[in-house]
Ligand binder design. Structure first.
Ligand SMILES: Nc1ncnc2c1ncn2[C@@H]1O[C@H](COP(=O)(O)OP(=O)(O)O)[C@@H](O)[C@H]1O
Ligand SMILES: [Mg+2]
Length: 256
């Protein structure tokens, strides 16, 4: 069953058309990667799916319901969440507090002011428990009470990932989670993703520029270039696709 269906979507900003008639669907519980060169429109595509930007044409549905007219927070509350390229953490909050923010939503939220001190502390206790459980999933419980500012780049990625898990999503969109992460931590992140998928039946759609990194974890790879999908299939078929190899994987595969 398809959890996400994207039908012939496009967007333009002034003269630029980052996404041009993209169509694909994602099976529930699957792991799909989107690769392509810089400027291919990958992040723009995520911006459309997650409601950060609105489509000019086409249709997007999630769990059988149209979502492209909804606000980003409404889409997230239906279980479709995303991470942003270049994970951001709030350095002056602790690691646990960074996660707790994801449950309470916007701290300036008007609703928050109506909490009585008692219900507020109950809510905080609940959020703290959730945060500790999510940190455990990525092996970061020992950093719970450290300021997020002390974390390494890779640890911030793990924190970003556990933040995406706070609201129990059924699908996560990850925008280049491995960028700037050392190879050992990339392996660790891949393990964390694989186990999350297995234990919690989360559907993943991940953007990455390097095919080799996502070769093993992906059941399917979609290649984007100039706003369009130019290939879509099993990782091996992508690896052997001459057009993709020549244009976008270049010298790596040929060993030059
Ligand atoms: N909000 C926007 N306004 C204007 N141009 C944009 C906007 N978002 C993306 N673009 C342009 O769309 C193109 C695709 O960018 P992007 O989606 O970030 O590619 P990728 O993530 O594949 O590297 C780029 O030329 C970028 O400058
Ligand atoms: Mg991008």
């Amino acid at each position: 069953m398809a959890i996400l269906e994207v039908r012939d979507i496009s967007v333009s900003f002034g003269g630029i058309k980052p996404v041009r008639g993209v169509t694909f669907s994602v099976e529930a519980g699957s792991f799909t990667s989107i690769i392509g060169p810089n400027g291919a429109g990958k992040t723009s595509l995520f911006n459309l799916i997650s409601g950060v930007n609105k489509i000019d044409a086409g249709e997007i549905s999630f769990k059988g319901q149209t979502i492209h007219k909804l606000h980003a927070h409404e889409i997230a509350s239906r279980g479709l969440v995303r991470t942003f390229q270049g994970a951001k953490v709030i350095k002056r909050l602790t690691v646990a507090e960074n996660l707790m923010m994801a449950v309470q939503g916007n701290p300036g939220d008007s609703l928050w002011r109506f909490f009585t001190p008692r219900s507020r502390s109950k809510f905080e206790k609940h959020a703290r428990e959730l945060a500790m459980e999510r940190l455990d999933r990525v092996g970061m419980t020992k950093y719970a009470d450290d300021f997020a500012g002390i974390l390494s780049g890779g640890q911030r990625k793990l924190l970003d990932l556990s933040r995406a898990l706070m609201t129990n999503p059924s699908m996560i969109l990850l925008d280049e989670p491995f960028a700037g992460v050392n190879p050992t931590l990339v392996e660790k992140l891949l393990e964390v993703l694989a186990s999350m998928r297995k234990q919690h039946e989360i559907t993943f759609l991940l953007i990455e520029h390097d095919l080799e990194t996502v070769m093993n974890i992906s059941e399917r790879v979609i290649v984007m270039a100039e706003g369009k999908i130019i290939a879509d299939g099993l990782p091996n078929s992508i690896y052997e696709n001459e057009q993709v190899v020549d244009a976008y994987l270049g010298s790596r595969k040929r060993g030059a």
